[in-house]
Design a binder for this molecule. Structure first.
Ligand code: 3SL
Length: 258
């Protein structure tokens, strides 16, 4: 028996594959944060999809802020500011969290500030734990290729909804995990990662249909945001890699190693 354990230990030590895991919600993040070099922050509906759309449309920088108070401070300094709470534009701000708000000419080349219910909070809690990169279905293939090239330990942090699990972020995380594991250069151990991968595999042929009953899809549908849902659940509309540098997100080229 002891021989078996020693063999297992030795195999573990020889295994130089990098780790990729999935954290289901920001609430669970303290359990993971010590071990990873790159944190992929995911909020498919809609923060990280809107951020990808913004960079794809030529936004220069995006400053994510967790609170409305901080968003107001930037507004007072003259910045363009988007703020969303519970799916709606917060009164007094330029826009909310719809990807379409960031696909207009007037934001090209601009610095934009954004505060959202879950997504910008996740960015904020992840920022000191590793290199933050933005993940969504919108930038899936570009992001996957970039992550493979980095060869680092990677955590997919699902923003969820008010600290609870959600399906859309988990499916996106599962898609990333599935791609990285298929290279043979990554391993994963956590049950959350296995669950994310299997959810992705069962959803991948029709993500829009699969998520029909999901809580956030229903929440946004009730706010007449069907077009946003369709956009956010369509893979590869924005081939960008937004990373956090200091207090702001910038888009980097696909061949940059961090
Ligand atoms: O929580 C967030 O960051 C948002 O994306 C939520 S919503 O899609 O705007 O409702």
């Amino acid at each position: 028996m002891q021989g078996y354990f020693l063999y297992f230990r030795a195999m573990e030590t020889l295994d130089n594959r990098k780790k990729v895991e999935v954290c289901f919600s920001p609430y669970l993040f303290p359990l993971y944060k010590e071990e990873f070099d790159i944190i992929v922050v995911i909020d498919v509906l809609r923060a990280t999809s809107a951020i990808c759309a913004a960079f794809n449309n030529g936004v220069k920088e995006l400053i994510p802020v967790p609170t409305i108070e901080e968003a107001k401070e930037y507004q007072e300094k003259g910045y363009l500011v988007g703020a969303e709470r519970k799916g709606q534009i917060v009164e007094g701000f330029d826009f909310g969290n719809s990807p379409y708000s960031y696909m207009i000419d007037s934001v090209k080349g601009q610095t934009v500030v954004l505060s959202t219910t879950n997504g910008t909070k996740s960015i904020n809690i992840a920022k000191d734990a590793g290199q933050v990169v933005i993940g969504a279905l919108s930038n899936l293939d570009t992001l996957n290729d970039w992550l493979v090239r980095q060869n680092k330990n990677i955590l997919c942090l699902c923003s969820g909804w008010q600290n609870k699990f959600n399906l859309e972020d988990t499916i996106c995380a599962g898609a990333i995990l599935d791609h990285l594991l298929a290279t043979g250069n990554y391993r994963s151990e956590e049950d959350s990662s296995i669950a994310a991968k299997y959810l992705f595999l069962s959803a991948k042929d029709n993500i829009f249909g699969y998520l029909k009953a999901s809580s956030h899809r229903r929440r946004l549908k009730n706010l007449n945001l069907n077009e946003d849902i369709k956009f956010c659940l369509t893979p590869n509309t924005a081939p960008v890699i937004p990373v956090l540098k200091g207090d702001r997100l910038v888009a980097i080229e696909a061949d940059v190693l961090i």
